[in-house]
Design a protein around this ligand. Structure first.
Ligand code: PMP
Length: 451
């Protein structure tokens, strides 16, 4: 249905106009000779244009690049900036902590941490909280704890999940239905099937088959997949996961780093889920690095009672800068003033407009695509019906089409998350911003489909 010759020609045209409009970014990239892959982090080479656009400044849901272009930002740092860029309340708290009071990192607790813990309990229900600087680390430390407490060696993941650069999680369901290393896995420390098991999302039978081995300490999952498009849970699936984990003595860790978009208490509160551990990161610091994990009171007590576990020094759980005063001040201000219950109402209403507009365009052009929304986050996928699991969703990827749409939008002032077709709404994203996207999206489809 997509004419590939036409797609390639349009992409080449967009690439030429990108290059002619972005000479300063071109120079910055060409001159970046001291960086591994020419970028501060290798994934910044995931770009639809010939090179990355370089940031000049960002505020609210707007980003400006070095060449002077302004963008409506629906990527929001892939959730790190879900609160909007440099929200005033967070900036004020960070300045106060760093400058008026002083003390960015000290190895001493601040009272802000208890405030944040109490607020996370109010939102998500878990009783005891501990902090990291990234969601990756929060996941890693949660994994160590569940292994220690259950005495079981393996963690179960969903195929094509993403939980950060966590060794155990880089597993997919192979052609024979069993686990294998995710393609591209960089230098795995041991064969991933030694540490992990895998089941498809929405597949309770597959899950039970794996749990029945009796060696799974915990299932670590997103309540909806968000890193291979959005894959929503089918009715009864999440309840089934909880029943099966209880049946086989396996703990349940919900990673709400992205699914927090579902509402002020994430998918856990929206869907009344009962995880033993909950992980979150990125957004709650308003852009300042933070990760967190919450434990049930029972689990926390059993971990603290284990005098053989070194939770104080070098036992493998912790980081020097974790829980630092700056992160805690940022999280307190962001949760208290920015990512509030009211803000979520607005963000979700805005995302609903986004979803409806994309669906209308899909219908108008008769495209075999689908769009899925999880609260403030929405995403379209090049298949219909929407994929049911990670493997199906991975198969629906279309890199050429995605690059064309991303670049077409970027050239006209709209940023989507580079890794897929995700749009996230901040508290200051407006209906007008959404309409601006839709006008250009439809224009792109019109040119591509020749109608
Ligand atoms: N969990 C989930 C669900 C994520 O999507 C990500 C990152 N995309 C992470 C964890 C890791 O976050 P970070 O890179 O900040 O450690």
């Amino acid at each position: 249905m997509i004419d590939r010759t036409r797609l390639a020609a349009l992409y080449a045209r967009e690439q030429a106009s990108f290059v002619s409009a972005h000479p300063r970014s071109a120079r910055a990239y060409a001159d970046a000779n001291h960086l591994f892959g020419q970028v501060p982090m290798t994934w910044m080479n995931k770009k639809a244009g010939a090179y990355p656009i370089y940031l000049d400044r960002a505020l609210g849901n707007r980003v400006w690049d070095l060449d002077g272009f302004e963008y409506i930002d629906f990527a929001l740092g892939d959730t790190g900036a879900m609160a909007g860029h440099s929200p005033a309340a967070t900036v004020a708290a960070v300045q106060h902590r760093a400058s008026d009071l002083g003390g960015i990192t000290t190895m001493l607790p601040t009272e802000d941490a208890e405030w944040v813990g109490a607020e996370l309990t109010r939102r998500f229900g878990l009783d005891r909280w501990s902090f990291a600087l990234t969601a990756t680390d929060a996941n890693r430390w949660a994994i160590r704890l569940v292994r220690a407490i259950t005495g079981r060696p393996k963690i179960l993941f969903n195929s094509y999940c993403y939980h950060g650069s966590v060794d155990e999680s880089l597993i997919v369901v192979g052609p024979d239905g069993e686990g294998m290393s995710r393609p591209g896995n960089v230098g795995e420390p041991v064969d991933v099937t030694v540490t992990s098991r895998v089941a498809e999302f929405n597949d309770l039978e597959g899950l039970e088959r794996q749990l029945a081995h009796g060696d799974v300490a915990a299932v670590l999952m997103e309540p909806a997949l968000t890193n291979i498009g959005i894959v929503l849970p089918e009715p009864g699936y999440l309840e089934g996961v909880r029943e099966l984990t209880r049946k086989y003595g396996t703990l349940l860790i919900n990673d709400e780093t992205h699914t927090f978009s579902a509402g002020p208490g994430g998918a856990t509160r929206l869907w009344n889920l009962e995880p033993d551990i909950l992980v979150i990161g990125k957004s709650i610091g308003g852009g300042i690095p933070i990760g967190a994990y919450g434990l049930s009171a029972e689990f926390a007590a059993s971990a603290l009672a284990r005098t053989d576990l070194d939770l104080i020094d070098m036992g493998g759980v912790g980081g020097t800068l974790a829980g630092n005063p700056l992160s805690m001040a940022a999280a307190r201000a962001t949760l208290e003033n920015v990512l509030t219950d009211e803000a979520f109402e607005h963000m979700i209403a805005t995302a609903t407009l986004f979803t409806e507009g994309v669906q209308a365009a899909i219908d108008r052009f008769g495209l075999p695509w689908s769009v899925s929304q999880l609260g403030a986050r929405t995403e379209y996928r090049f298949s219909n019906p929407a994929p049911r699991d990670g493997t199906e969703s991975n198969a629906a990827a279309d890199g050429e089409l995605e690059d064309f749409l991303h670049l077409y939008l970027l050239n006209r002032g709209i940023l989507l998350t580079p890794f897929h077709n995700m749009a996230l709404m901040s508290p200051v994203t407006t209906a007008a911003d959404v309409v601006a996207h839709h006008v250009i999206f439809e224009q792109a489809l019109g040119e591509l489909l020749g109608s």
